[in-house]
Ligand binder design. Structure first.
Ligand code: PRP
Length: 190
């Protein structure tokens, strides 16, 4: 009985279909993104990275530690309203940034853009606060799923329309700490 409960609560490797992006591939791409961002912001006084919780926490941590320019880190927590497994497009603000945004160079750091509603909400919200500049850095994009066009200034990878977990991404709040990005088996969520 106890064992069954444990088996259901911890990530079950058998639910993961295959690795889509392995650790080395992610590491190399994050390094490239950090080098590009460091070059682009080299003449700016400071950059404020805003990680979008929860999904971006691992990507942000790795990216920020590779930057060679002065920067600060802050977070915003959002959640999308879902109907079953399908996003309704409505976004809920759970926790705002602590640092003021006005007049600063802002880089929004997201794990994934799917329909685009979350990033659109973030762009509108931050634009209204009159930053000095506003750009986005996104690890994964699913172009087939897009319902709203959003600007992605720095992109890690385009991926097909599959459910991915690991490296911060979840299914029902699980699998976030897998070190690689994997495709979840369809039977796990259907
Ligand atoms: C995920 C992801 C993005 C958003 C993208 O967040 O982290 O923020 O969905 O989807 P969209 O482009 O369709 O709006 P989620 O609401 O699952 O929360 P989490 O980051 O806490 O996992």
């Amino acid at each position: 009985m106890a064992n069954e409960r444990v088996t259901r609560e911890i990530p079950i490797p058998g639910s993961v279909e295959r690795s889509l992006l392995d650790e080395e591939t992610i590491r190399r791409r994050v390094e490239e993104l950090a080098a590009q961002i460091s070059a682009d912001y080299a003449d700016r006084e400071s950059l404020l990275l805003v990680g979008v919780l929860k999904g971006a926490f691992i990507f942000l941590a790795d990216l920020a530690r590779r930057l060679t320019i002065p920067h600060h880190v802050d977070f915003i927590a959002l959640s999308s309203y879902n109907r079953g497994m399908v996003s309704t497009g409505a976004v809920r603000l759970i926790m705002d940034t602590r640092a003021p945004v006005t007049g600063r160079h802002i880089l929004i750091v997201e794990d994934i853009v799917d329909t685009g509603h979350t990033l659109k909400y973030l762009m509108d919200t931050f634009h209204a606060r009159q930053p000095a500049s506003l750009r986005t850095c996104v690890l994964l994009s699913k172009p087939e799923q897009r319902e709203i066009e959003v600007p992605i200034d720095y992109l890690g990878f385009e991926i097909p329309n599959v459910w991915v977990v690991g490296y911060g991404l979840d299914f029902a709040d699980r699998y976030r700490t897998l070190p690689y990005i994997a495709v979840l088996k369809r039977e796990a969520y259907e």
